[in-house]
Design a binder for this molecule. Structure first.
Ligand SMILES: *Cc1c(COP(=O)(O)O)cnc(C)c1O
Length: 366
């Protein structure tokens, strides 16, 4: 493997974003009350290209296929990172994006780990602004729905050699979406496969993490579970995440969640938001290593009353059942007073503008 210098350009050449509008909108073909997650794309997408150390040729253009060499290194060596965030319509119909700056920071952290160039903040934010403003009609005004925003960066140098690419594309796609899990979820503790190990890329939203998770997730789905609970790669003793969500437990009335120290856990924006809302409600929040055995014991004794996943796509996914060593452990039923329901409602109220956004999470679109 050849050692190359890391492309670290954050030069913003201040080139303007060109807007190429689609001649016809596809919006009337979409049934907003019944959308499959991630299959319907809004009219436009954003694209920018990195070459010779700078990002250039920024444009918003009609959503459509790209023409690329089959030799691009993203395909062969997995140099690709992405993000996920959502735009909402508030009660007055204003479009706002939830905490995009946090996603921007994480995008660049992921890019650094994958030896990819940094993206200038202005470019990320202006691209988002121009794209969402143009496709504002695609932001559903329906409760539980949102416009899912998918920034992605991938390596486009066409060269069959393991080394960092010199060229990249940054794109933003958007999809109107409904609820990710229409019902509470059944999960199973994974004690063979691992998602991430220390020193690896677990903290990055790097494409390869997800490809590697598909097979263990499929095995779990074949057994009737929606998702896995990932455990640490060394001993499978400690809880890490659930699928592509962070995981939280209510034990003796306090909120417990795995701490981020190991760097094998993705630092979720939803995780941080839920922890802040929980502290704001006066709940005790404890970030620490959590033993699988402790969770199973908590279910048996009744000390553990709730378990849920947090993530942009699903927001809060309440867990009803945890499979472990061949047995299914049922959690107590969830109702509107459950802490996870209260936290979910509080989060939704901020997003839809029903309550004051005291943390300054919502960013308007100009
Ligand atoms: C994206 C993701 C999350 C959730 O992060 P959010 O910022 O809340 O969407 C959690 N775990 C993994 C592995 C993820 O990819």
């Amino acid at each position: 493997m050849e050692i190359v210098s890391i492309p670290t350009s954050s030069i913003d050449n201040k080139e303007k974003i060109r807007i190429i509008k689609s001649e016809v909108s596809r919006i009337n073909e979409v049934d907003f009350n019944n959308i499959a997650f991630g299959k319907v794309f809004a009219d436009h997408m954003f694209l920018s290209e990195y070459k010779d150390g700078i990002w250039k040729n920024h444009r918003v253009q009609p959503y459509g296929n790209l023409s690329l060499s089959p030799a691009i290194s993203a395909l062969h060596y997995g140099q690709a990172v992405f993000e996920g965030m959502k735009a909402y319509k508030d009660l007055e119909g204003n479009v706002k994006v939830f905490r995009p700056h946090d996603n921007f920071i994480r995008f660049n952290k992921s890019a650094e780990r994958m030896c990819m160039p940094q993206l200038p903040e202005d470019l990320f934010m202006e691209a988002l602004d121009d794209l969402i403003a143009l496709d504002a009609a695609w932001v559903p005004a329906i409760e539980g729905c949102a416009l899912y925003i998918r920034p992605v960066m991938f390596a486009t140098t066409a060269e069959i050699k393991v080394k960092s690419s010199e060229e990249f594309i940054f794109a933003i796609l958007t999809c109107p979406v409904g609820p990710y899990y229409p019902e509470p979820v059944k999960v199973i503790v994974e004690n063979h496969y691992a998602r991430a190990m220390e020193g690896g890329i677990g903290f990055a939203k790097a494409a390869g993490n997800y490809g590697a998770a598909l097979y263990p997730a499929k095995l779990a789905q074949d057994k009737g579970y929606h998702q896995l609970i990932w455990t640490d790669a060394k001993e499978h003793k400690y809880i890490e995440e659930s699928g592509t969500m962070n995981i939280m437990f209510i034990i003796d009335g306090a909120l417990h969640t795995p701490s981020l120290e190991s760097k094998t856990i993705l630092e979720g924006v939803t995780r941080d938001s839920v922890l802040r809302l929980a502290r704001d409600l006066g709940l005790e929040v404890i970030e620490r290593r959590i033993l699988v055995e402790e969770v199973m014991e908590g279910i048996k004794t009744g000390a553990l009353t709730e378990a849920f996943g947090t993530g942009t796509a699903a927001t809060i996914a309440q867990i009803t059942t945890i499979g472990y060593k061949g047995h299914d452990f049922e959690l107590p039923p969830i109702n509107n007073d459950s802490l996870s329901s209260v936290l979910l409602n509080n989060l939704n109220d901020v997003r839809t503008g029903k309550v004051h956004d005291k943390f300054g999470w919502m960013k308007g679109i100009s």
